[in-house]
Design a protein around this ligand. Sequence first.
Ligand SMILES: [Zn+2]
Length: 98
Amino acid sequence: MQNNNDSVLTFDKGVIARRAQVKLSQGTLPRSGTPQLWGGSGCGVICDVCEYPVQSAEITAEIQIDRSILSLHMHPQCYAIWEAERRAPREAPSEERP
Ligand SMILES: [Zn+2]
């Protein structure tokens, strides 16, 4: 079962959202703070959300959280998912459905 879309990678929003949730709960990804986006181009760096490499054609988002500077690199799609997840009300972490 493959979706042959035009997208570079097959971004499964549900899978990435779950990864973001885990990273948020582990503290790998910050839940609070004011991110500042810096335009840039990835050069094979690993996306901090989905852990796929960010290709050179894609945008990199470096996030600066208030006092501490955190350089995260993520795809635009992953940034949107992270934003949505960290703003979403916390639910029970064990929401696993096949
Ligand atoms: Zn990503």
